[in-house]
Design a protein around this ligand. Structure first.
Ligand code: NAD
Length: 370
C-alpha cells in the first residue's frame, strides 16, 4: 500500500473590498474591473435592473468594457437550482467561457445565486459582487458563502467561493425600501453587540448620509471578515457568534411560516437573547437597557403573532444547528461588544427555568407589539 499526501489546497483567496460613495458611476470603474477579465456577464434582478443595472451597463460600456446583461425576476424564490441552470444555459448560448467574469449586482439573493453559479461555471470563473442592499453590503457579499434553496430547506446546496472583488457604493441605497434597510440594520446591530462597543456608540447616532453609512458598513465588514477569517471552515466555534439573535429568530420565522421579515425576527431575537444573557447573570441590567433602547430607536415593528404556544416555540428552537442532546444552545453576551466564550464553544445551554421565563417574557412583550 502506498499513501500520497497532496497539498492541493490553494492559498486562502484574498478578497478586495472597495468602498466609495458614487463608485459605480465613477471614471475609474473600468480599471477596477479590467484587472479580472476583459469580458463580463452582469446579473441582476428586474427591480435592480430598473433602478441601477440598465444605467450601469451603459456606463461600463462607455468605459470600454464588454458586458452582457442577464436579468431574472426579483425575490427569494429565484435562489433556485432551476434559475441557476437557466442562467448557465443562457451564458453558453452567448459563448461565455472560462476566461469571462461574472458580476452579481443586487441583494443577497443575487450574490448567493450568482456566487454559486460562478463557482461551478467552467469549474470557477472570476467573480465580482456589487451589493445593492445594506444586508448585502455588510453580510451576504462578505464571507464567501453561496447557495440556492431547495424544497427541503434554505441554502442547502452551495459552495464556499469568495468573490475576487466586492464593490460597495452606498449611494445605491437611496432607492432601497424601508423594510429592506431594516434587514441590514439588524445585522449591523448584531456586529456591534458581539464585537464592537465603538460601533454600538456610532449606531446611537444613526444617520443615512453617505460618509456615515460608509463608516458603519466598513466597520461591519471588518468585524465579519475578522470572525470568518479566524474560523473559515466553522471548526473553532468562533463563527457561532455571528449567530447571535438568530436561534430565536429562526424559530420565530419557522412559526410564522416565513412571513415574518428576517430583520424583524433578528431584532426580536437579539432582544430576547440579551434578556436571556441578563437572566443568566452575564450581562448587567444597565447594558440590557441600553441594548433595548438602541433596538427600539430603529424602525422595527417588534411584533409577533401569538398563535403559537410556549411549547411550540420550544420545539421550533430545536431545529437550530447548535442544538445538542435535545437542548437548544444560545450565543450570549457578557458586555456590549463582547459575547461569552464558553470555553471556545461560544454558545451554551440555559437552565429550563431561564428558557421558560424568557419565552414568557417574549410572548408577553412582543405579541402585543409593545
Ligand atoms: N451568503 C451569506 O453569507 C448570506 C448572509 C445573509 C443573507 N444571505 C441571503 O441573502 C438573501 C436576502 O438578501 P436581501 O435581503 O438583500 O434580498 P434580495 O436580494 O431579495 O433584495 C431585496 C429586494 O430589494 C430589491 N433591491 C435590491 N437593491 C435595491 C436597491 N438599491 N434599490 C431598490 N431595490 C433594491 C431587490 O430587487 C429585492 O426585491 C437571502 O436569500 C439570504 O439567505 C446570504
Amino acid at each position: 500500500m502506498q499513501r500520497i499526501a497532496l497539498a492541493l489546497q490553494p492559498q486562502l483567496k484574498r478578497i478586495e473590498v472597495v468602498l466609495s460613495p458614487a463608485l459605480l458611476f465613477s471614471q475609474t470603474i473600468g480599471k477596477e474591473l479590467k484587472t479580472l477579465s476583459s469580458r463580463f456577464a452582469l446579473f441582476c434582478d428586474e427591480t435592480v435592473a430598473e433602478k441601477i443595472g440598465n444605467r450601469w451597463l451603459s456606463h461600463l460600456e462607455h468605459h470600454g468594457l464588454t458586458v452582457s446583461l442577464f436579468t431574472f425576476p426579483s425575490g427569494e424564490q429565484e435562489k433556485s437550482r432551476e434559475r441557476k441552470a437557466e442562467l448557465e444555459d443562457r451564458l453558453f448560448s452567448h459563448h461565455f467561457g472560462k476566461e469571462c467574469g461574472m458580476i452579481a449586482l443586487g441583494g443577497g439573493v443575487t450574490t448567493d445565486l450568482i456566487g454559486f453559479l460562478a463557482s461551478t461555471f467552467c469549474r470557477g470563473v472570476p467573480l465580482v459582487h456589487v451589493p445593492t442592499t445594506l444586508l448585502g453590503m455588510v453580510d451576504a457579499a462578505i464571507g464567501g458563502k453561496t447557495g440556492v434553496n431547495t424544497p427541503h430547506g434554505k441554502n442547502l446546496i452551495g459552495t464556499l467561493y469568495p468573490a475576487d472583488k466586492v464593490l460597495i457604493d452606498s449611494s445605491v441605497l437611496h432607492s432601497l425600501p424601508l423594510e429592506e434597510w431594516t434587514h441590514g440594520c439588524a445585522e449591523i446591530i448584531k456586529y456591534a453587540l458581539i464585537r464592537s462597543p465603538s460601533l454600538f456608540k456610532l449606531l446611537q447616532e444613526w444617520r443615512t448620509d453617505p460618509f456615515y453609512l460608509e463608516k458603519v458598513i466598513h466597520t461591519s465588514i471588518l468585524i465579519k471578515a475578522e470572525v470568518v477569517e479566524t474560523d473559515y471552515d466553522e471548526t473553532s466555534g468562533l463563527r457561532r457568534i455571528l449567530n447571535f439573535g438568530h436561534t430565536i429568530a429562526h424559530a420565530l420565522e419557522k412559526l410564522h411560516n416565513y412571513t415574518l421579515a428576517h430583520g424583524e425576527a433578528v431584532a426580536i431575537g437579539m432582544l430576547v437573547e440579551s434578556h436571556m444573557s441578563m437572566k443568566m447573570g452575564l450581562l448587567p441590567k444597565e447594558r440590557f437597557d441600553e441594548i433595548e433602547s438602541l433596538i427600539r430607536s430603529f424602525p422595527f415593528k417588534l411584533q409577533i403573532c401569538s398563535s403559537f404556544s410556549a411549547e411550540e416555540f420550544h420545539s421550533a428552537l430545536l431545529y437550530d444547528k447548535k442544538t445538542i442532546g435535545g437542548s437548544p444552545r444560545f450565543v450570549l453576551l457578557e458586555q456590549i461588544g463582547s459575547s461569552c466564550p464558553f470555553a471556545g464553544e461560544y454558545c451554551t445551554k440555559v437552565p429550563s427555568s431561564v428558557l421558560e421565563e424568557t419565552i414568557g417574557w417574549m410572548l408577553a412583550l412582543f405579541s402585543e407589539g409593545v
